[in-house]
Design a protein around this ligand. Structure first.
Ligand SMILES: *Cc1c(COP(=O)(O)O)cnc(C)c1O
Length: 471
């Protein structure tokens, strides 16, 4: 018996080419990518083939196309794991899909500035060392009415830094109704501990009163913290103390008031028929010393944590050593500044900011797109699936405004055999497209909410691949 070759059309280990020979046959690939990568992939390829040959499971025909196989492997290896996808989940600011989309102005600024030296920490007027905060502080103050502002890596960092800078080694008072967890490891009690502050809980889950805060104030108190309960709603017999009521209580006790808004829209969303979110400017007007919010939620910019407030409080935060470790890097910094500048032209925001544009898209427009796409999508998934246009409810996402829904539309795909497993398989095929399509399965249908598809092309251009994959 010939070892490793159970059938005549299977290759034996000795049939595999030597590494050098394979590399010579792939000279153009080596010329493009260099020896290191191509040789590493060639070795891995040959190892895999050898194991299959030993097992007698390597069809000889595979050896005829080894150069092409290797070239494809090398190309695949150079594809980043992080890829553009189509978000047809119906959740506009989707935390798992990268949250807000950057405006064109922000994208251009990132491209222009990060491939070149820039004045990130250089004062062009004096030629001396500068502070990156100076590039953005005036703008943030103008937009929010704050005395001072700074930015860090994300809002979680802003909250951590704010508490550490203002209350490390002291007590920080928080209502029991606001001890939130915001996805993953960000839980207010843990953040307090990490910041070195002692959490003092007041009130109850559903009701907290001004007197609860007053009773907790003592000489060890460093800070009162309010947290916007953005990702859930407490309904029924509830009471909380708003910032305007709490600020005088904090100040009478000689401590600052910090509020974490989470999403923090910079403009009143109600003007576009969206649910209202508390604005940083309103929080500052109510007497808060520090307000923190995210850059990549409703603001529509890059991941960032924005901190606005009084000179005294923001000054302490800026000087706190942890700030250096949490500072915003130049890429998002460039994008953030460009995004904030768009807010100087509020009338144009709906066009300029993709997040706002998507959130305000009328249902009729989305439904028209669904109608337009229906025949082509139906043809691509036939005969195993049927497609219909349906009314849907989009969500804003990222914990903002959790109970509100936006009337939307999309395509609902149903398996002709009616089995759930078939739908799961379809979801897999959609995720394997060159630009993965992410929908959601709900009540035995795969739903593609088209709110976030502004152009048909990214979907229609992939329908032939989809049809082939399903064949
Ligand atoms: C989202 C959120 C955070 C965290 O913000 P990131 O920018 O994601 O770090 C903190 N607090 C609240 C209330 C939030 O909603």
């Amino acid at each position: 018996m010939v070892h490793g070759s159970k059938a005549p059309d299977n290759a034996a280990p000795k049939d595999l080419p030597a590494l050098d020979k394979l590399l010579r046959e792939c000279a153009p690939v080596v010329a493009e990518h260099g020896h290191t990568l191509v040789a590493r992939e060639a070795r891995a390829l040959l190892d895999g083939l050898r194991a299959r040959a030993v097992a007698g499971e390597l069809p000889r025909a595979e050896l005829d196309t080894l150069p092409q196989t290797l070239a494809a492997r090398v190309t695949a290896r150079m594809q980043p794991h992080m890829r553009a996808v189509l978000n047809l989940t119906g959740t506009v600011i989707h935390t798992n899909l990268g949250r807000s989309l950057l405006a064109d102005a922000a994208l251009q600024q990132v491209l222009a500035l990060t491939g070149s030296p820039n004045n990130l920490e250089f004062d062009l007027a004096t030629g001396a060392r500068g502070d990156r905060d100076d590039l953005i502080e005036d703008l943030l103050c103008e937009l929010t009415g704050a005395e001072a502002a700074t930015v860090v890596n994300n809002n979680a960092a802003a909250v951590l830094l704010g508490i550490a800078a203002l209350a490390r080694g002291q007590e920080a008072i928080v209502s029991r109704g606001e001890l939130v967890e915001i996805g993953g490891a960000f839980r207010m009690p843990d953040v307090m501990a990490a910041a070195g502050a002692t959490l003092v809980e007041v009130g109850t889950t559903n009701r907290t009163h001004p007197r609860d805060y007053q009773a907790a104030l003592n000489p060890r108190t460093g800070l009162i913290v309010k947290v916007h309960t953005s990702n859930y709603a407490v309904q029924g017999f509830t009471a909380s103390v708003d910032e305007a009521t709490l600020a005088p209580i904090a100040h009478a006790g000689g401590v600052p008031l910090m509020t974490d808004l989470g999403s923090g829209a910079l403009v009143d969303l109600a003007q576009w028929g969206l649910p209202a979110e508390p604005l940083p400017q309103a929080m500052l007007a109510a007497g808060c010393d520090v307000v923190t919010f995210s850059g990549d939620k409703l603001l529509g910019g890059p991941q960032a944590g924005l901190i606005v407030g009084t000179k005294a409080a923001v000054g302490k935060i800026r000087k706190y050593p942890m700030k250096r470790a949490l500072r915003l890097s130049k890429l998002p910094f460039a994008a953030l500044e460009a995004t904030l500048r768009l807010y100087l032209r509020p009338e144009r925001l709906v066009q300029d900011l993709p997040t706002l544009r998507l959130l305000t898209r009328p249902q009729a427009q989305i439904a028209a797109l669904a109608q337009q796409l229906l025949p082509a999508v139906a043809a691509a998934v036939a005969p195993r699936f049927t497609v219909e246009v349906v009314a849907l409810q989009s969500q804003i996402g990222s914990g903002s405004l959790p109970v509100d829904r936006l009337p939307s539309a999309g395509l609902a795909l149903s398996a002709v055999d009616g089995r759930g497993r078939t739908l799961e398989a379809l979801a897999v095929v959609l995720r394997e497209l060159p630009r993965p399509v992410i929908g959601r399965i709900h009540e035995a249908r795969l739903l593609l909410d088209l709110r976030c598809l502004e152009e048909p092309m990214p979907l229609t251009s992939q329908l032939s691949v989809l049809k082939e994959s399903l064949a």
